[in-house]
Write a protein that binds this ligand. Structure first.
Ligand SMILES: Nc1ncnc2c1ncn2[C@@H]1O[C@H](COP(=O)(O)OP(=O)(O)O)[C@@H](O)[C@H]1O
Ligand SMILES: [Mg+2]
Length: 279
């Protein structure tokens, strides 16, 4: 194909971490140490029925990673009102459940490399699990979810995909989408949201068994603690993270942890009393 108008590169995500451009029906991303591993993982997902992710298309003549462009709308923070409804949350839970089920049989290559946030691996991070169960996305921020017709239909940006557990991965999605944030830090339409009810709704849509439900709040608290430490280290190492940190992350994460601790019993009670419908 020649360099016609459709082939002109369009910058995407100019506010983010990664220099991503769209070229026609594809996106091009810089190759990082984990890129080959992510391509293998995405290929596994597509081969196992999960097509709600970019298709890995190898590398271009400039040595960049090539992925399919996923058509749709990607929200930015604060979440717009139409991305905060209960149906969106339930759809997202089902999307992540499908991702988990497709990921379950994935055996990472022996030379797998996983992405991390910038900075030295900080001290004080307490792992959320002993043994990983599967590889999953681990970064469900609004900018990584594609909507079509007002509903979340695909996940993009697998840069932080890595071995994890189902519930450790889910507390990331809950953080962003319930959200597990102090009311001061939420999108306008979620300031008065019934968080316990929304966590339960997500758990029901995911079809979360009782053993996982019991872990949600303790892991979410530990995740908030870990995030404060890792984001502080990333802010020291990288100017984009420094901007986010100074713009409010440094207050938002400790506030989320304190607020979660205060709400912990109420959320867990709601989760555990919910009827679990085996599928
Ligand atoms: N495969 C894709 N399909 C559609 N849009 C994409 C794709 N990859 C990236 N984008 C767009 O570019 C933005 C930034 O890309 P992303 O991979 O999330 O990078 P970052 O690491 O900066 O978060 C996304 O929020 C989305 O709007
Ligand atoms: Mg992203």
């Amino acid at each position: 194909m020649g360099a016609d108008a459709e082939e002109e590169p369009t910058p995407l995500g100019t506010q983010g971490v990664t220099h991503v451009v769209r070229v026609g029906t594809t996106v091009r991303r810089p190759v990082r140490p984990f890129t080959a591993t992510v391509q293998v993982y995405l290929a596994h997902l597509h081969a196992h029925g999960f097509r709600s992710a970019p298709r890995p298309l190898g590398y271009d003549e400039q040595g960049r990673e090539v992925l399919s462009f996923v058509e749709g709308d990607v929200p930015t923070e604060p979440l717009p009102d139409d991305a905060t409804g209960d149906r969106v949350l339930a759809d997202l839970a089902v999307l992540v459940r499908r991702l988990h089920d497709a990921s379950a049989g994935f055996v990472p290559p022996p030379d797998a490399v996983w992405g991390t946030l910038p900075g030295e691996p900080p001290r004080g991070v307490v792992p959320l699990f002993e043994e990983p169960e599967l590889v999953s996305h681990q970064d469900y921020c609004p900018g990584n979810v594609v909507f079509v017709g007002g509903r979340p239909t695909a996940l993009i940006d697998f840069d932080l995909a890595r071995p994890t557990t189902r519930v450790a991965d889910l507390v990331n999605a809950l953080h962003w989408w319930v959200p597990l944030l102090h009311p001061l830090d939420r999108a306008p339409s979620l300031v008065e949201a019934d968080v316990a009810e929304r966590v339960r709704l997500f758990a029901d849509a995911y079809d979360m068994p009782p053993g996982m439900r019991a872990q949600v709040v303790p892991l979410a608290v530990q995740r908030a603690r870990n995030s404060t430490v890792t984001m502080r280290a990333a802010a020291v190492a990288d100017p984009v993270f420094r901007r986010w940190w100074e713009a409010g992350v440094k207050d938002r994460l400790p506030r989320a942890e304190q607020w979660l601790l205060a709400e912990a019993d109420r959320i867990t009670e709601q989760l555990m009393t919910s009827p679990h419908r085996p599928s």
